[in-house]
Design a binder for this molecule. Structure first.
Ligand SMILES: [Zn+2]
Length: 269
């Protein structure tokens, strides 16, 4: 809506902003949500595909609930699944050659989430939903900070859609890791440079991101603060913004309370 107003009032400036801000542009132009399985191995389990499709819609609806925006935002999810690791690697090279070795990725331009199937259908589902979560986040926020995008993706990959709404499971790998790690730090998470996210020991950052978002979803205050952060980031997605600043300002008691409550919660998980 903000982009539409700018377009009407100052056409030149808005054209620049819109080109940097495709999510907002589409939010006023397209249908709200679409999902398509673009390609998959012939023998892929149709139940797995159905499960991913239901989870993807659940992630979108969870985002919608957190945003509480007056206008639904557009997400056009296309999914590609690979069983063959070589073919998957070739696809990654053609779309995002800069990425290190991964088992899933997303590409904004063709609106694609791509995942390599695993022998475990649970792991395959996680990989696909993780990348779909990224696609949904980037559709609304453009380039979101890593802690926010990865925190949401790590939580969303475990989504279970129930008649009462989405449920998210504790990630046992992250929980085990955090149980023996040093106390979490908001500053460490918010200020981590890009290189730290691709370093061999980046698991701490992923675990911290998961735990912060998961913790926030456990209380109405936390959900409110996360929703506010997403709303503000969405409004400011055409320029730079401080998502961590939005979060600590909207959490009751501010940064000190959030740091304390998060650490207390971690000790109880
Ligand atoms: Zn990710």
């Amino acid at each position: 809506m903000l982009s539409l107003c700018l377009l009407l009032i100052t056409p030149q400036a808005s054209a620049v902003r819109l080109s940097m801000c495709q999510g907002n542009f589409e939010a006023i132009r397209g249908p709200a949500y679409q999902f398509a399985l673009q390609s998959a191995p012939g023998n892929v389990d149709p139940l797995l595909v159905r499960d991913i499709e239901v989870g993807a819609r659940g992630i979108y609806q969870h985002w919608e609930a957190l945003l509480a925006a007056p206008v639904p935002f557009v997400v056009d999810v296309r999914l590609e699944l690979f069983a063959d690791a070589g073919a998957f690697r070739q696809r990654k090279q053609s779309l995002v050659p800069e990425l290190p070795e991964v088992t899933g990725f997303y590409a904004w331009e063709p609106r694609l989430a791509v995942a390599l199937l695993d022998a475990s259908s649970v792991e395959s589902r996680h990989r696909a939903l993780h990348e779909i979560s990224h696609l949904i986040t980037v559709s609304q926020l453009g380039g979101a900070p890593h802690w926010l995008a990865e925190g949401l993706a790590e939580v969303h990959e475990t989504i279970v859609v129930t008649p009462h709404g989405p449920e998210f499971h504790v990630n046992p790998r992250h929980r085990r890791w955090l149980a023996v790690a040093a106390a979490p730090s908001l500053t460490e998470l918010f200020k981590a440079p890009y290189t730290a996210w691709t370093a061999p020991d980046s698991q701490r950052l992923y675990a911290l991101s998961w735990s912060l978002v998961y913790f926030l979803l456990q209380s109405s205050e936390g959900r409110g603060a996360l929703g506010f952060t997403l709303q503000q980031a969405s409004t400011h997605s055409c320029g730079s913004y401080d998502a961590g600043g939005f979060l600590v300002r909207s959490y009751p008691g501010g940064a000190a309370a959030l740091q304390r409550d998060w650490a207390d919660w971690l000790r109880s998980v």
